[in-house]
Unconditional design. Structure first.
Length: 202
């Protein structure tokens, strides 16, 4: 916070991982937004590897135990996502920002089969881990009146260029420059989240 931007349009961007996500909020005019908040949000117990990768943990369990384990993991991720988003929205409200959209970076967007099929395929387990946390974030945003906008990672620069009216190369350069005045961390996670926020801002 503390960028000097006040009361403008704002949007959230999120790049998620196993058990956590990078979150960035942009505000101001679409042509020249500023980062007004960035943080790491925890979506699982950071000390519990099974909580961070529940589908991997359930892979070799008997079916009834696996089903119950995944159900508990989904419930916990949803609760944590709501709590983390509530904290973000509270911090933004104190600065008179009220985002209405949340850009969530996704993978290929491929639909997943039923749980039994997922647990029978290691490749699908990897896909399910990512979708598990993205879905929790999307549901949390929607429950708080913030519309989730799912954006494929590989399409981010082109989507940003189309939304903002600049080249994809320039969009990447501008997002990289957002971090110049902020200092670290401003790595790929924050950049992807910021680009998703920029698209959502438009």
């Amino acid at each position: 916070m503390g960028t000097g931007v006040r009361r403008g349009m704002s949007a959230i961007g999120i790049e998620s991982h196993s058990g956590w996500a990078a979150l960035v909020v942009l505000a101001g005019p679409v042509g020249a937004p500023a980062v007004v908040l960035r943080r790491r949000v925890e979506l699982a117990d950071p000390t519990d590897q099974a909580a961070k990768q529940p589908f991997h943990a359930a892979e070799d369990l008997p079916w009834p135990e696996a089903k119950a384990f995944i159900a508990a993991a989904v419930s916990d991720a949803r609760r944590r996502a709501r709590e983390e988003l509530d904290a973000v929205l509270h911090a933004l409200a104190s600065e008179q920002f009220s985002p209405r959209r949340c850009g969530i970076v996704t993978a290929s967007g491929r639909a997943l089969p039923d749980l039994r099929s997922i647990l029978a395929s290691h490749a699908l387990i990897h896909a399910a881990e990512g979708e598990h946390f993205r879905k929790a974030l999307a549901e949390a945003a929607e429950s708080r009146g913030v519309a989730p906008v799912r954006i494929s990672r590989k399409e981010l620069p082109e989507r940003a260029a189309a939304a903002i009216g600049i080249s994809a190369k320039e969009a990447v350069r501008r997002v990289s420059s957002f971090g110049a005045a902020l200092g670290p961390p401003w790595a790929s996670d924050q950049k992807l989240a910021a680009m998703a926020a920029w698209i959502a801002l438009r």
